[in-house]
Design a protein around this ligand. Structure first.
Ligand code: PLP
Ligand code: COI
Length: 339
């Protein structure tokens, strides 16, 4: 493993020596187990395969200048997995078991946490799915929880550079009372075609609008959206978007910087009043947006001509990363040190 070029990593799968698993059977969760296999052996009638009964999480651990490993807001991910499980009727993994699994998988693969200088991090992917058989459309009686890790670099290959996004009205990601607010696999399958069309036209991602009226901004395929106007941090409020932990953290940081934080419906036309725009998420961190092309209305909203992120996005990014890498005090209590 010593040959990994940490600073050249992109966001992609890499085999780690160990993953941690837990099975739900006969109405209860078993013990955490350690596996060195990348494969799962499941029933061909498992609900995950036919009815998409699956949810996942994404979180990161960072190595600080002091050599310590810090995990960011893992309780929030554990709670969101419970909410996802409730949303699609999966067995709920208790928070303590989730946190124990996170700690265990990091420790087992500690050598894969990138060095501080590289700017890379360890991506942690918990996944939970119905593994028991059903042919009628019903929740499974058995579930598998697996958590695996890999070192990663930036989600969008440009890193912390502004890139173009687009609005495509002929695709929806999630319905108003659908599963958009849960982190379920089906939401991502539903977004693959739109993402592919955006990529083929040179955009980093799609900026989805609300499915009911196509009037308000929802979020991007893999991240929430925010805009900056003057001293305000403005981000959509919607029933059909994932409650991003990064966005929640940026709202706290923005308020701490003395900014006004507005979480409310954002009409598409309001984009023209923003000085900066960005996508935010665990994988995306802050991915600044250079321009948004509304491909149906033929309107371009421009935020950065030279790819340089705006000053507020830069400040938010710097403050968030400083907490994550331990360069700034953990004043909001977001960090767990892996002992
Ligand atoms: N929105 C979607 C659809 C996502 O997949 C993600 C990634 O997890 C986010 C937003 C950002 O959420 P978080 O900041 O919790 O990673
Ligand atoms: C994350 O940011 O962790 C995500 O899950 C987004 C994407 C990779 C699906």
């Amino acid at each position: 493993m010593s040959e990994i070029e940490w600073s050249k990593l992109s966001f992609g799968y890499m085999k780690a020596p160990y993953n941690v698993r837990c099975t739900y059977k006969d109405g209860r969760w078993g013990e955490l187990t350690v596996s060195d296999s990348e494969y799962v052996n499941i029933h061909m009638a498992a609900t995950v395969l036919h009815y998409g009964q699956a949810g996942f999480e994404g979180m990161k651990a960072f190595r600080g200048q002091d050599g310590k490993i810090r995990v960011f807001r893992m309780d929030e991910n554990g709670k969101r997995l419970i909410s996802t499980s409730e949303g699609i009727m999966m067995a709920e993994l208790p928070l303590e078991l989730f946190e124990e699994a996170v700690m265990k998988v990091i420790k087992l693969n500690e050598h894969l946490v990138p060095p501080y200088e590289s700017g890379a991090s360890l991506y942690i992917r918990p996944v939970l799915f119905g593994s028991g058989p059903q042919v009628g459309v019903k929740p499974a009686n058995e579930y598998e929880f697996i958590i695996f890790v890999m070192p990663v670099g930036p989600y969008f290959k440009e890193g912390f550079k502004a890139t173009p996004f687009c609005i495509l009205r002929h695709f929806d990601r999630a319905a108003p009372y659908g599963t958009g607010r849960f982190k379920v696999g089906g939401n991502y399958a539903a977004g693959l075609k739109a993402g592919e069309e955006a990529h083929s036209k040179g955009y980093s991602a799609v900026l989805y609008l609300d499915a009911r009226e196509k009037k308000y901004i929802d979020e991007c395929g893999p991240a929430n959206f925010f805009g900056i106007r003057g001293n305000s941090y403005i981000t959509p409020k919607s029933e059909s978007i994932l409650p991003s932990i990064t966005n929640k953290s940026l709202m706290t940081i923005a308020a701490d910087m003395g900014m006004q934080v507005e979480q409310r419906p954002i009409a598409v036309e309001e984009l023209k009043t923003f000085e900066e725009a960005g996508a935010c998420g665990t994988a995306a961190v802050i991915s600044p947006v250079s321009r948004i092309d509304d491909l149906d209305d033929n309107i371009t909203y421009e935020f950065s001509k030279d790819g340089e992120p705006g000053p507020v996005s830069k400040e938010l990014y710097t403050r968030l990363r400083a907490i994550q890498y331990g360069d700034a005090p953990d004043k909001f209590g977001w960090i767990t040190i892996v002992e």
